[in-house]
Design a protein around this ligand. Structure first.
Ligand code: NAD
Length: 480
């Protein structure tokens, strides 16, 4: 299939997926889907209602006993068939994500379509293993699936965020009701095309598209949903935790971040800057783990600023379907407006603009923001504290390692981070001091089997790998 093929005119999906069938929604006007690079409407999906959520939860509940009792090897075989069906759609997934989110096509193919396939492949292997049982004195400790899972996902990695919930939930023996983001719902439909083709048992996974306040809240508040697994903003995560608390339902929350990238005095600066800027601006900065604060030792500060300006100067902003494009648009007009507001505020707060900013010429249609870097950012300022979720990097100098660690940990978030040093042991010692769920040393590669999640207001619980499956299990002690 030709990756650069022109996108189809209008992608219309009319159904929900409940109890193994494509079904009509109960009610509600359709939701338009926009191409953020042109601001044109390119698709449409139904808006689900609380009545649709009731139907989907009932289907998931009905399917739960059999699925929970299915042998791990058989569940793994289902996931394997799903992997095959999804892999066959990889090009279509990349194009759809380039279209509805604006991720440059090459990156969409590698990360947006490639990563979830890798995650799913890993889950096939893990799903085949029965959960560990343990004897503790006279107790047998066993792990069991938690029940019906409500999964609510964001728009920034429209397939990865879904697969990171659905695959481990299924591997654990749970059944699922999914609500994808209303900004990027078309990708979730491709997953359900694959689910239908793979022949998963009816009701094991159900799709109810719609808005957060209507469908999302109905899932989070539903008395028959045992665990709500949510990825998105900290504000919405707090709301979901409140709704679930009323019935003491379990929650798993993957929320925002303001991660620090520490360049120690002996770092390989050209590599650290190139990788650090690439990380901060990946997916137009719409990445929860983005290293949006670059902390640089004062002895190397000016050198680092020169390198940053060079690296950012080479970024091409524009059409996601143009192979030369490095940075696409932001997902929506509202998101672009929010990001511009952060830039204006940083200027007003006296940060020094060293790249990008409001004066850079950009495509006139679509929701583009120039890759922007501020130096001398005060660690307590809004730009250093608030998640921007756009291509905006804050550079902060430090005098010694203790100060670097203190600045890095001066955040209500704790999702990711990075350390660069020629001395691996020294970098490891610093990594241990960071109050975050993940730290990469000298550009250590993303590991889809490693636990992923946040300290502090970045969330509760862990996704991915064996830890991700355990998130969907209860623990029982049997005394004998
Ligand atoms: P969001 O919180 O606005 O929306 C996320 C999902 O929640 C969407 O499906 C939305 O429809 C739904 N939702 C909105 N209001 C709701 C409500 N009241 N009740 C139930 N559901 C509701 O977040 P977003 O704008 O889609 O995503 C951006 C945010 O997600 C950023 O803050 C980013 O850091 C975070 N994020 C975190 C991770 C992570 O793994 N930690 C990954 C990706 C994104």
């Amino acid at each position: 299939m030709d990756l650069a093929a022109a996108p189809p005119d209008l992608l219309v999906r009319r159904h929900l997926h409940i109890a193994g069938d494509w079904v009509d929604p109960v009610d509600g006007d359709p939701i338009p889907v926009e191409n953020p690079a042109t601001a044109e409407i390119v698709g449409q999906v139904p808006a689900g209602t609380p009545a649709d959520v009731d139907r989907a939860v009932a289907a998931a509940r009905a399917a739960f006993p059999d699925w929970a009792a299915t042998a791990p090897a058989e569940r793994a075989a289902h996931l394997d068939r799903l992997h095959t069906a999804l892999a066959a759609r990889a090009d279509e997934i990349a194009r759809t994500i380039a279209l509805e989110l604006g991720t440059p096509l090459k990156l969409a193919a590698r990360v947006q379509a490639g990563l979830p396939l890798t995650v799913l492949r890993g889950m096939v292997d893990l799903a085949a293993r029965p959960p560990a049982e343990e004897s503790v004195g006279n107790s047998l400790v066993v792990r069991e699936p938690v029940g019906v899972v409500g999964a609510i996902t964001p728009w920034n990695y429209p397939l990865h965020q879904v697969v990171a919930k659905v695959a481990p939930a299924l591997a654990a023996g749970c059944t699922v009701v999914l609500k994808p983001s209303e900004l990027t719902p078309l990708t979730a439909y491709l997953l359900f095309d694959a689910i239908a083709e793979a022949g998963l048992p009816a009701g094991v996974v159900n799709l109810v598209p719609g808005t957060g306040p209507v469908v999302g809240e109905a899932i989070a508040a539903h008395p028959d949903v045992d665990l709500v697994s949510f990825t998105g903003s900290t504000v919405t995560g707090r709301r979901i935790a409140h709704l679930a608390a009323d019935r003491i339902a379990r929650v798993a929350l993957e929320l925002g971040g303001k991660s620090a990238n520490l360049l120690l005095a002996d770092a390989d600066l050209p590599t650290a800057v190139k990788v650090g800027v690439g990380n901060a601006f990946l997916n137009s900065g719409q990445t929860c783990t983005a290293w949006t604060r670059m902390l640089v030792h004062r002895d190397r500060y000016d050198e680092a600023l020169d390198l940053i300006a060079q690296v950012v100067g080479a970024y091409r902003v524009g059409d996601p379907f143009d192979p030369a494009t490095r940075l696409g648009p932001l997902v929506s007009a509202a998101q672009a407006e929010r990001v511009r507001g952060h830039v204006d505020r940083a200027l007003a707060d006296g940060a020094r603009l060293i790249a990008g900013g409001p004066a850079v010429p950009l495509p006139t249609r679509g929701h583009f923001v120039a890759p922007t870097v501020f130096a001398d950012v005060h660690p307590d300022s809004a730009l250093a504290q608030e998640e921007v979720f756009g291509p905006v990097l804050a550079v902060i100098p430090f005098a010694d390692t203790d100060e670097a660690v203190a600045i890095a940990n001066n955040s209500r978030y704790g999702l990711a981070g990075a350390v660069w040093s020629a001395d691996g042991e020294r970098a490891l010692a610093v990594a241990r001091r960071l109050r975050t769920g993940q730290v990469d040393i000298n550009g250590g590669a993303f590991n889809p089997l490693a636990p992923f999640g946040g300290y502090k207001q970045s969330g509760l619980g862990r996704e991915l790998g064996a830890y991700g499956i355990d998130e969907f299990r209860e623990i029982k002690a049997i005394q004998r």
